[in-house]
Design a protein around this ligand. Structure first.
Ligand SMILES: C[SH](C)CC(=O)O
Length: 267
């Protein structure tokens, strides 16, 4: 059957990303829930996953990856999510901004901006695509902000800039969060006068850094399901500023030419 063909053709491998990502826990859960005993989830990174996707598509070979929206790959390639009838990957996920306890008192201007910050997958996609086409992430964020002054103003109007106060952000090297963190850094520095250090870390340290107060904030919290484990552990030690983006999703993704439609077809 097609499922045997697909399993054989991809050596029963699902190409994943960094092991701490919530999508990796969800995919291990999918392997169990859908009874995919022969299948293996390959750990790596977002960059390695997109490199393998590009190689497979150039050779029009089948591949199954852990994917998420927003991501530039959906604009670049003809891809589809596999149906997830058991809803292992959840439904309407959101990206939240979370801050350390005390940020509101210590840095009210930064706190208010981070609390107001919200944008769409199309807006993030514009920065992500520029980066994917070779632009430096900080330059891509700056260019977007300068072309969208109305949006930046809506997040900063009436706020009193500071004079070089230091701020620490953390994020994981997912293409979506590289875009959002560079934008936050640009606005905090160029409009609000902060001296920002953005730390690229794994998902676990991203959460523990904010929970412990070592890091001031992150805009990379995928909730309610994707980062549920981290939220259960650290949620009461940090300040959830709410969604900075809604309508996001994660799941298993294949090129459109792969003729399966559901995770159930892998069995
Ligand atoms: C890879 S998604 C941006 C987030 C996650 O799965 O942890």
């Amino acid at each position: 059957s097609t499922a045997v063909a697909i399993g054989e053709q991809v050596d029963y491998e699902i190409i994943g990303i960094d092991p701490g990502a919530g999508i990796m826990k969800a995919t291990n859960q999918a392997i169990e829930t859908y009874g995919l005993a022969d299948w293996k989830l390959i750990e790596g990174s977002g960059a390695a996953m997109t490199a393998m996707l590009d190689k497979a598509i150039k050779a029009e070979e089948p591949i199954i990856i852990t994917g998420w929206t927003p991501h530039w790959m959906f604009a670049k390639y003809d891809l589809k999510y596999l149906e997830d009838p058991q809803k292992v990957y959840g439904e309407a996920e959101e990206i939240h901004t979370v801050a350390r306890k005390g940020l509101k008192e210590d840095h009210p201007t930064a706190y208010e901006f981070l609390d107001r910050f919200e944008w769409t997958s199309d807006e993030m996609g514009a920065i992500m695509t520029a980066i994917q086409e070779g632009q430096d992430p900080a330059e891509a964020a700056k260019a977007w902000a300068e072309a969208n002054t109305d949006r930046v103003d809506s997040w900063t109007q009436g706020l009193t800039p500071v004079d070089g106060d230091k701020l620490k952000l953390s994020y994981v090297a997912w293409d979506s969060e590289i875009a959002s963190t560079n934008l936050l850094e640009y606005v905090l520095e160029s409009k609000l006068g902060y001296d920002v250090e953005s730390l690229q870390v794994e998902a676990g340290p991203m959460w523990t850094g904010v929970a412990s107060g070592d890091v001031d904030a992150t805009a990379a919290a995928w909730l309610p399901l994707t980062h549920a484990d981290y939220w259960d552990k650290y949620g009461d030690q940090l300040d959830d500023l709410g969604a900075n983006m809604t309508g996001v999703k994660t799941g298993l993704v294949v090129p459109a030419y792969v003729n399966i439609g559901s995770i159930e077809d892998l069995k």
